[in-house]
Design a protein around this ligand. Structure first.
Ligand code: ATP
Ligand code: TPS
Ligand code: MG
Length: 338
């Protein structure tokens, strides 16, 4: 459920009314991508802005910052099932730090080449430091707009889940958040486990190959940026359904499983920064989904079921442990303003 003081209430109140004003048929604000229908084809468009301090630790490697800035946008295209084709980059620089720019642009280029998504334009401005005595002088904000291609009439959204559908997750959940908690000094982990989890935080793998294969199979999809529970709830709201999840079936890495259960639950259910896909599909498509997982070399795990809105359970989403007791969540997930 969105907080009345949070990020989503700002979007709802001030920025959700515009989609009827233009001539392009497009699904309205509220999905991972705007899907623009040009008749003979469709284009999925997404924009994600990132800031040092909010999305990256102040000492993050600028190569990883470049890589992740594009990766999180490709992840939104994956959630629509779109093939990444092009992106635009805006960047604010306090000064001309060539070493930083070299590293940032090489990380960006690495994923651009690997994904076939080309940098076609952007904007570069000076963003003076507000506090001249600040020691940090590396660029602070970057924004990418990414465009992906969809076949005519197609495109996954958050809105198509139906009662009886299975709920699936790609990859594993919780590693990036656990790495962040370790870096903040809040949690402990063995060095080898931290190394694996840190990689997941620094270099998320957008699931575009899987997303593309799910296009004719899945009924709804979203990528997990703000936390599994919160992001699945967006599917539930927009599809007007409820859901139940089996905690024991949620995919977790061995590294995460080395942490105490409470920490695993906080990280996997509400941590965020995973950039995995959560998607729904009818139960008779299971074999095709496993095949899509194999073809895209991506782990796919069935974690729960979509219920009708009228079906009895306490909230829209209940996560059950192995004894059929509801798992109580410590946090509602990431929100910039809540
Ligand atoms: N300032 C804004 N103006 C118009 N629409 C907005 C604005 N901010 C967000 N949105 C829209 O609100 C919806 C939810 O945004 P949100 O950023 O949560 O989605 P997301 O990009 O999938 O998530 P994340 O940013 O965590 O990757 C999206 O459809 C997005 O395009
Ligand atoms: C320094 C630091 N602090 C916090 C986090 C975690 N984090 C930041 S933004 C976000 C959600 C997605 O963002 P958005 O909704 O803007 O796309 C998450 C889970 C991090 N990675 N680094
Ligand atoms: Mg998204």
């Amino acid at each position: 459920m969105a907080s009345p003081d949070g990020e989503f209430s700002i979007i709802d109140r001030f920025f959700s009314q515009g989609s009827a004003n233009g001539p392009w048929f497009c699904k309205g604000v509220g999905d991972d991508c705007a899907i623009i229908d040009l008749g003979t084809s469709r284009i999925a468009v997404t924009m994600d802005m990132l800031a040092v301090g909010t999305h990256f630790l102040p000492d993050a490697d600028p190569r990883d910052i470049g890589y992740k800035t594009l990766a999180v946008n490709l992840s939104d295209l994956a959630a629509a099932g779109a093939v990444p084709r092009a992106f635009f980059l805006s960047i604010g620089l306090p000064d001309k730090d060539e070493k930083w720019l070299e590293a940032f642009s090489s990380g960006l280029r690495e994923l651009s080449e690997a994904s076939g998504c080309a940098l076609l334009g952007g904007d570069t401005v000076r963003t003076p430091l507000q506090n001249p005595s600040a020691t940090a002088h590396s660029p602070a904000v970057f924004s990418v707009t990414a465009l992906g291609e969809l076949p005519p009439g197609m495109g996954l959204t958050r809105g198509g889940a139906r009662p009886g559908d299975d709920i699936w997750v790609s990859g594993t959940l919780g590693d990036a958040y656990a790495a962040l908690k370790y870096r903040w000094g809040h949690w402990a982990a063995a060095p080898a486990a931290f190394k694996l989890m840190r990689r997941r935080m620094e270099r998320p793998e957008p699931r575009n190959a899987l997303g593309r294969l799910l296009l004719p199979i899945a009924t709804a999809a979203i990528d997990v940026s703000d936390g599994f529970e919160q992001d699945l709830s967006h599917i539930l709201e927009r599809s007007h359904v409820k859901a139940e999840i089996e905690w024991d079936s949620l995919p977790r890495s061995e590294a995460l499983q080395s942490l105490p259960l409470e920490q695993q639950q906080e990280a996997a259910l509400s941590g965020g920064d995973d950039y995995e896909l959560v998607f729904t599909a009818p139960a008779d498509r299971r074999r095709e989904i496993f095949e899509a997982g194999i073809r895209s070399d991506t782990l796919v795990t069935r974690v729960g079921k979509i219920l009708a809105e009228s079906q009895q359970n306490d909230g829209a989403l209940t996560v059950y442990d192995g004894h059929r007791r509801a798992v109580v969540l410590k946090s509602a997930g990431f929100d910039h303003f809540a």
